[in-house]
Ligand binder design. Structure first.
Ligand code: AMP
Ligand code: MG
Length: 611
């Protein structure tokens, strides 16, 4: 079995992450609660909504369809910046990516072809995507990414050319598609060579803002790293990745982005719940972007195979390109790099916790060196508050429960340190270990700041930890909805709170059933009412910019997927639109019940690693 799941492997205590962080559980102490604390990353970013019209085009049968030279339009010689009225690229033939930097920086696999093999002494293998069977349909597009990052006019996405470019049927100008060689620790164990088994890096795009983005197709066919997989991704998992990565961006959580989602008629066999019930689904491709797709596993494989010069090369590349504050001549540069990753990983996981996001597969191959959320699989947003919430049915040990993510981060950082060890001096190794010890406190401090902000608390009072822990414990006892409890606390006035007037506030209504609710309420009201230079309205506004009203609940994704599988993409479009402004109450979302108590049918929903 490929993957993320490895459900047959039993994780023993000795392979678990060091128990520096208290395990989450029913008998929570206030100490433990202190780890449950967001950054005021409020960012009701402007809506990037663009209506997507389902379009059907036949797959090109042109055998040369990969050869961009033969497809190049005469307009491509025009300067990218010298375009039209709108100043955005109007023709996808003009979208130029570059693989030069990556190919020049690293040795490339000398063997050609997409057959499965063990690859050594390189970072990438050249690999041509395998076109999907048509007709192809554009199921979703992010205007924010297409225009804001790729400088392409969104109208371009309605063309047949775009469908081919964004699904692997045709190559962008100057693209040399690459599959990345990486390894990883999966569920606590070294899994050896993994790599891009169904993803193709098309190249880097230098946009008009001066940013560099790496474009990648996911689901675009086999590569040397496909192992026993078919190189494909199905509609359901692709809809989930498209929607969730965009939703996370608008929630303010560092993440890869998604430009488009294209669905095909290519039959793909999947045993969704690994119970022998194999079904034919359809292939889909997401065009996704990140500043870099390098992971902890990118370094691990080099250290594990003793390719130390290459390890140094990759580290130098990553630090030079993505960590501008690190001087290339600094003898401690790898240590500074490690310190930054420790810090940023702690911050990322704290942000996941702030929105109730459980990644589902926190393996080292899914942990970015830039500390962004990548590789969306069986993720889930926690509904009823429960630190033991496990989004994936494939994770039967609960290794990656929401409350264990901070520990998983620590485990992964230890593996990162292991990979760096060959390039660190003995003294630097000692310092690195000390730095890693600081991870817990970095995480706790961040969580504390975040949850204080979620409660609208200003300044610092001694009882703040207790106030937060007390609330979370009540939420756990009453199974209150995580998102809506915080949101409704942001929408309720202090008078309403005082009078316990929770009409239509279903989550607060649930919470108020707790026998200690009044005690907590009194503490909370006295804390917020004692804040100087703050009004109740200010508190509400601050809180509403931090506590989303809408997150991608499983039932919402599921309902959109069911329609998408019937070629009705309206609900994907609606969700994409709503989740682009998660902090703003929207009529269509309210009508759809996105802030209401989840429907009963949602209770039995399951998500597995199968994708
Ligand atoms: P994931 O859990 O999706 O991050 O994948 C773990 C590893 O399995 C990565 O190396 C993926 O490229 C590979 N993989 C997952 N699904 C497939 C597939 N259908 N075909 C080929 N490789 C796959
Ligand atoms: Mg992965």
């Amino acid at each position: 079995m490929l993957t993320c799941c490895v459900s047959s492997i039993r994780v023993t205590a000795s392979t678990e992450a060091p128990s520096v962080l208290t395990e989450s559980g029913a008998s929570m102490s206030v100490d433990m609660w202190s780890i449950h604390r967001v950054v005021v990353f409020a960012l009701a970013a402007a809506s990037s909504f663009t209506p997507v019209y389902a379009q059907e085009f036949s797959q090109s049968t042109d055998p040369d369809c990969h050869s961009h030279d033969s497809q190049r339009s005469p307009h491509t010689v025009k300067s990218r910046w010298n375009m039209s009225v709108s100043n955005l690229i109007q023709d996808p033939d003009q979208l130029r990516v570059s693989c030069k930097k990556l190919i020049e920086a690293f040795p490339v696999d000398e063997v050609d072809g997409n057959f499965v093999r063990t690859v050594k002494n390189c970072i990438f293998s050249k690999s041509i995507p395998t076109p999907l069977k048509g007709p192809l349909r554009l199921a979703a597009v992010s205007k924010d990414v297409i225009e804001g990052i790729l400088d392409l006019h969104v109208a371009v996405t309605q063309s047949e050319d775009f469908l081919h470019y964004a699904s692997g049927g045709r190559l962008l100008l100057e693209s040399v598609p690459l599959a990345h060689r990486y390894g990883g620790h999966q569920f606590g164990y070294w899994a050896g060579q993994l790599g891009d088994g169904r993803a193709h890096l098309l190249g880097q795009y230098y946009n008009r803002k001066g940013e560099t983005w790496e474009l990648q197709l996911k689901g675009s066919g086999k590569t040397p790293y496909s192992r026993s997989g078919d190189g494909r991704a199905v509609i359901r998992s692709s809809v989930r990745e498209f929607l969730c990565s965009e939703a996370m961006h608008f929630l303010g959580v560092p993440t890869s982005r998604a430009a488009s989602l294209i669905v095909s008629e290519e039959p793909v066999l999947r045993d969704q719940f690994y119970n022998g019930n194999v079904k034919t689904e359809r292939g889909a491709v997401v065009l996704r972007l990140a500043k870099s797709w390098f992971r902890i596993g990118s370094l691990e494989i080099l250290a594990q195979s003793g390719e130390i010069d290459l390890l140094r090369k990759l580290l130098n590349f990553v630090t030079d390109e993505h960590f501008p504050s690190i001087s290339s001549s600094d003898p401690d540069k790898y240590l500074v790099f490690f310190t930054t990753v420790v810090n940023e990983t702690a911050h990322l996981i704290a942000q996941w916790m702030s929105v109730g996001f459980a990644h589902g597969v926190c393996n080292t191959d899914n942990f970015s060196l830039l500390s962004i959320t990548i590789d969306y699989g069986p993720f889930g947003f926690m509904e009823s508050y429960n630190p033991n919430f496990v989004p994936s049915t494939s994770d039967d040990e609960g290794r990656y429960s929401i409350g264990a993510q901070a520990n998983a981060g620590l485990f992964n950082l230890e593996k990162l340190l292991g990979a760096l060890t060959p390039v660190l001096t003995q003294k630097q190794q000692k310092v690195a270990k000390m730095i890693l010890k600081g991870y817990v406190s970095i995480y706790q401090t961040r969580i504390h700041q975040i949850f204080k902000a979620k409660l609208g608390l200003l300044g610092e009072e001694e009882e703040d930890n207790y106030l937060i822990a007390f609330l979370l414990k009540m939420m756990e006892d009453t199974q209150s909805d995580f998102t809506m409890t915080f949101r409704q606390l942001s929408e309720v006035s202090d008078m309403q709170l005082q009078n316990r007037n929770f009409t239509q506030m279903w989550a607060l209504d649930d919470l108020s059933l707790h026998k200690h609710f009044s005690e907590w309420l009194n503490m909370y009201l006295s804390r917020v009412n004692g804040q100087q230079n703050d009004t109740d309205l200010d508190r509400q506004n601050r809180m509403k910019n931090i506590n989303p009203r809408y997150v991608l609940r499983n039932w919402m994704a599921e309902s959109a997927i069911k329609k998408a599988e019937m070629n009705d993409f309206s609900e994907v479009e609606l969700l994409h639109h709503i989740l682009s402004s998660p902090f703003v109450t929207q009529e269509t979302a309210e009508e759809a019940g996105y802030a209401a108590r989840p429907p009963l049918w949602a209770q039995g929903l399951k998500v597995s690693c199968s994708s």
